[in-house]
Design a binder for this molecule. Structure first.
Ligand code: CUA
Length: 329
């Protein structure tokens, strides 16, 4: 648990030029090559224009006279056709190679399998083979070159088009209703990498944040083990136990799951291990008692347009309810 929290110390860099994962690294190399080639073209073309502007400007006192008109030059025309053509072919081949390498990568037997479902406005995350369900914070093992272990993602959408993007880990892939997309990630360094939905999907597209927590394999295994447990039972007569009754007695259960209780709905995030996550509301707020209180009191204040309604729970019951949520570790 403590180790997980350390790994969740947020990373503030989210540049495609500091990749930590195989697909992102290949894409960053390609982007750099394209930028360098474009820079050379820019300098050559801009340089020629600047030279011509200076060299062939009208001499003082000769305003109004027309310069000599030159028509046609086979060599010059051939050069400015051939050179750009070669550059474009080089860019096309280099891009095609990287796309092919990434898309054709076959899934090794030890790969971690994850299904990510885009929803307005959060990420549902399943590990079908591991029996884990979580939200918004994707845990994956770090892959080392001696013993590579990539994570393969199946991407689906429950409503509109979204796009999965964690810049340091991999390029964007859309999540499209009634279509299944695939992508894979392979972080080489432990850390928490920030991402976000990259396809406009409605009012709170902005706060559809995402993070990948890459952990050493043993730590990842401990996380899986912990996530597989049913929710901790609150001691009888505790405030949390009262909160549990509030939770199970209101419509919370028509959207959320807490494993080991009658709450089994999947419309909202699974709350069984809510407190193992660093944030709530798809990254809109840190996961603290204060945020939880504010969130349940009126979700719209933290995330305008959110589909979770304000339950109008009496303050006393609200505090009990949050006390219960705090036990979902
Ligand atoms: Cu989901 Cu933008």
């Amino acid at each position: 648990m403590d180790a997980t929290m350390t790994a969740q110390a947020a990373d503030t860099v989210s540049s495609i030029f500091s990749p930590v994962s195989t697909p992102a690294a290949r894409e960053a190399d390609l982007a750099r090559m394209v930028l360098w080639l474009s820079a050379v073209v820019f300098v050559v073309v801009g340089g020629l224009i600047a030279y011509s502007v200076v060299r062939f400007r009208a001499p003082a006192g000769e305003q109004g006279s027309e310069p000599p008109q030159v028509y046609g030059s086979a060599q010059v025309e051939a050069a400015w056709t051939a050179v750009p053509l070669i550059i474009i072919i080089v860019l096309m081949l280099a891009t095609g190679r990287v796309i092919h390498e990434i898309q054709a990568a076959s899934q090794p037997p030890n790969a971690v399998e994850v299904t990510v479902v885009g929803r307005q406005w959060w990420w549902e995350i399943h590990y079908p083979k591991l029996g884990v369900v979580t939200a918004n914070e994707l845990h994956v093992p770090v892959s080392d070159s001696a013993n590579p272990q990539p994570t393969f993602l199946t991407l689906e959408s429950a409503d509109v088009a979204h796009s999965f993007w964690v810049p340091r880990v991999a390029g964007k892939t859309d999540l499209i209703p009634n279509k299944t997309n695939r992508m894979w990630v392979e972080p080489r360094e432990a850390g928490t990498y920030l991402g976000q939905c990259a396809e406009y999907c409605g009012t709170q597209h902005t706060l559809m944040l995402l993070r990948i927590v890459a952990e050493p394999p043993d730590q990842f295994a401990r996380w899986v083990e912990q996530q597989r447990q049913a929710a901790a039972a609150a001691p009888a007569d505790s405030v949390a136990a009262a909160g549990r009754r509030v939770f199970l007695g209101t419509v919370c259960t028509s959207c959320h799951t807490v494993a080991g209780t009658d709450a089994r709905a999947r419309y909202g995030p699974d709350l069984t291990h809510l407190m193992s996550r660093a944030t709530i509301a798809a990254g809109a707020a840190p996961n603290t008692r204060e945020s939880l209180l504010a969130w349940v009191r009126n979700p719209d204040n933290l995330k305008h347009g959110v589909l979770m309604p304000a339950m109008q729970i009496d303050e006393k019951y609200l505090h009990q309810l949050v006390e219960y949520l705090l036990t979902l570790r």
